[in-house]
Design a binder for this molecule. Structure first.
Ligand code: CO
Ligand code: ZN
Length: 330
């Protein structure tokens, strides 16, 4: 699984610029889907027909990642930029970004008087190794994602975009392992989640699922002076109960817990005070759906060292396969 993870987490794909991600994922899922299509916004949608009297279930994992967009270029060729999604200024200094054509940029900030403070985003710039605006091949409106190699240390896996390439991996692995399902399944690799779950919203309004399940990362409470949160790395997939955008469907939460207990899959309950996922979009699309989320616990979310545990990833796949392969009584 690590080869697939490495391939996806190192790839380029800030929100709105997911085409390279789509090209990477498509061949992985085509052998396991009845039909694969791309909608107008760019969501990659794989359909697997059910074998019985099941429900219409939409799964969503987002292909996009946070990043930056060039807003201005100085005479000397330095790039000012704005954020794409939740980019925090204190994660920037000395980091590297990569543009669609492979150009690498170095981030630094204007002179700092007081080193105990962090400059806001608009006082940072990107250096792409040129001396003038004319030499610069990058243009205003070009987007970059962060650049950082994948790292595997024992079971700990670290990358710049576990959020949410690891959710994409869970969806792909579940498609591979799922032998049969009574349900009609729509695996959606969504776009523009990091700017407000926009892709999943459009897809869900077309699919009109009975059940919507997001596959995404969540925060943990197990680092020094972390937020108080009962989710720990390595203790199993987190069954989302609530975040700031959604209260999960109680019947779906119960079904997830029962499938986990029957199969001996470790699990935790997630109550996240902040953030949301594609599940919110699915919950309130069309006439509404029973929505929930299988969350992969992740430390250092929205930094360039987002870290998950391989066993949590495998158990997320197992839980999803158990859930989808049996009838669902909500
Ligand atoms: Co995110
Ligand atoms: Zn995410």
């Amino acid at each position: 699984m690590n080869d697939l993870i490495k391939k996806l987490v190192e790839a380029y794909g800030p929100s709105g610029f997911e085409d390279q991600m789509r090209d990477l994922i498509r061949p992985e899922i085509e052998p396991f889907a009845g039909e694969v299509r791309v909608d107008a916004m760019g969501n990659l949608i794989a359909f697997k027909k059910g074998s019985g009297e099941g429900l219409r279930i939409m799964l969503a994992a987002h292909m996009d990642e946070i990043g930056v967009m060039v807003s201005h270029i100085t005479k000397k060729g330095f790039l000012r930029f704005t954020n794409i999604g939740g980019v925090f200024p204190h994660t920037l200094l000395g980091n590297r970004v990569q543009f669609a054509d492979g150009t690498v940029g170095l981030i630094y900030s204007d002179r700092i008087e007081d080193r105990s403070k962090v400059h806001p985003l608009n006082k940072h710039y990107i250096d792409v190794g040129v001396s003038s605006k004319d030499e610069c091949t990058v243009k205003v409106g070009d987007a970059a994602g962060f650049k950082r190699d994948f790292l595997a240390q024992g079971n700990r896996l670290t990358a710049k975009s576990m959020d949410d390439r690891i959710g994409c991996v869970v969806a792909i692995e579940a498609m591979k392992q799922l032998e049969s399902s009574p349900h009609d399944l729509y695996f959606v690799f969504s776009v523009q989640e990091e700017v407000g779950t926009r892709g999943a919203q459009a897809a869900a309004n077309k699919i009109l699922p009975d059940v919507g399940i997001a596959l995404d990362v969540t925060l943990t409470g197990d680092m020094p002076e972390a937020r108080t949160m009962a989710v720990n790395l390595g203790e199993g997939p987190a069954i989302k109960v609530k975040d700031s955008g959604m209260i999960a469907h109680a019947g779906l939460v119960r079904a997830m817990r029962e499938r986990a207990e029957e199969s001996g899959i470790p699990y935790q309950f997630e109550v996240l005070d902040g953030g949301s996922t594609d599940a919110r979009s699915m919950q309130i699309a069309g006439p509404g759906s029973a929505a929930g989320c299988i969350s992969i616990p992740c430390r250092y979310v929205h930094s360039q060292s987002e870290t998950v545990d391989l066993n949590d990833v495998k158990n997320s796949v197992n839980l999803l396969v158990e859930l989808l392969s049996k009838p669902l009584n909500l």
